[in-house]
Ligand binder design. Structure first.
Ligand code: GLA
Length: 378
């Protein structure tokens, strides 16, 4: 990839959105398919050069928490948002980007821990802001991949490419079918007629999320390794079908078999849902969303009681076409397709049973499908 001609400035502001995902969960790091979209909720970063060779001051506006580090010598802290920013800086430096001292403030309305990818919003907004501020000239794909690697190397989450891709490439009113192997993608208008998307935030974020995420990734790799003994030509789960997995059930550890079955069936659901969406068959899309949820719950085991409860609550309501957990799992939101006229009714009914059952408030989140990350010229 080539660097685009770029000039440095004294100050730069960039925004990057969160994302939703219609279907295709835990498929991205298995070279599969996903169907995400960027949303109106976003992170905003304002950065300016501070005249020092290597001092960085960061401030989170909402909490007024600050963090400083030296560009010549920095490494991950135990946990928290500084790792995402330092990770991005480190990856841009590895690409040859020359960065000097800067101050930056950021704020966001993407709910943290909601499965709407506040992390990628933080990474991508910093990647864009620094690219602009220092005239680094990296293209969108370099920034997407640098943001993903930041999460691998500084945060320790071996995430796939979906969140950073959606955050940068998003297009207003469109979903994107991304092939995570070739990185080819297509935009499709999201027109749901009398229906709309609705997120319901469980307001729980179980601590298992990060460690189990990496465990799932390793289990998929283990599955591929065993499958390769029978099918030497395969590189990963993208290359096998359900029949081939079923034929290897005896050889695969029981839980690994179920992980593989989820990934392979979920890839097919993404392709089927895309076709159904284009044909305006929202009932079929909804049905595939339910299947996705049950596969994530039972085969992949990344759901939690709160998410399962919310999906369960929609099953007997004919004005909800589909519902499932969204994102990495272990908390966060469900995403549902609901008849527009009856959204308020659903929210009222489900909120009251949810808070009675768990003693936690539910937060409905209505999203608009927005554009991807951008630099705001001043
Ligand atoms: C998180 C990761 C993504 C993806 C999803 C699950 O959001 O960052 O790469 O794997 O979980 O689909």
């Amino acid at each position: 990839m080539t660097k685009e001609a770029a000039t440095a400035t004294d100050a730069a502001t960039a925004q990057a959105p969160g994302r939703i995902n219609i279907i295709g969960e835990h498929t991205d790091y298995n070279d599969g398919f996903v169907l995400p979209a960027a949303i109106g909720h976003k992170m905003t970063v304002q950065a300016r050069r501070n005249g020092t060779p290597s001092t960085v001051h960061l401030t989170a506006r909402a909490t007024q928490q600050s963090f400083s580090f030296d560009l010549r010598d920095f490494s991950p802290v135990e946990k928290g948002w500084p790792n995402y920013v330092m990770g991005v800086v480190s990856e841009l430096q590895k690409l040859g980007g020359v960065i000097s001292g800067f101050d930056a403030e950021f704020e966001s309305d993407v709910p943290i821990g909601s499965g709407m990818s506040s992390s990628a919003a933080l990474e991508c907004s910093f990647a864009l802001a620094l690219n602009e501020l220092f005239g680094l000239g990296f293209d969108q794909w370099q920034l997407i991949k640098a943001s993903q690697r930041a999460e691998h190397n500084f945060v320790g989450n071996k995430c796939g490419i979906m969140d950073q891709f959606a955050g940068v490439m998003g297009k207003k009113d469109h979903v994107m079918l991304l092939d995570c192997r070739s990185l080819d993608f297509q935009y499709f208008p999201l027109e749901l007629g009398a229906y709309q998307l609705l997120l319901l935030n469980t307001n729980v974020s179980h601590s298992l999320a990060s460690s189990e995420y990496n465990t799932r990734r390793a289990e998929c790799e283990q599955g591929v390794h065993i499958l390769q003994q029978e099918y030497p030509g395969i590189a990963n789960l993208r290359d096998v079908n359900l029949k081939q997995i079923a034929a290897m059930e005896e050889q695969l550890p029981e839980h690994v078999f179920r992980r593989c079955r989820h990934v392979v069936s979920e890839n097919q659901r993404v392709l089927d849902a895309t076709k159904a969406l284009l044909a305006g068959d929202f009932n079929a899309v909804g049905e595939l969303m339910y299947q996705s949820h049950f596969s994530l719950q039972n085969d992949y085991e990344v759901s939690c009681p709160e998410l399962d409860f919310l999906v369960q609550q929609t099953l007997d309501k004919d004005y909800v076409l589909g519902s499932r957990m969204m994102g990495g799992g272990f908390g966060g939101c469900t995403i549902s397709i609901v008849e527009k006229e009856r959204v308020a009714e659903l929210v009222e009914e489900v909120s009251s049973v949810y808070s009675r059952h768990f003693g936690i408030d539910l937060t409905p989140v209505e999203v608009v499908i927005g554009d991807g990350a951008k630099v705001i010229r001043q």
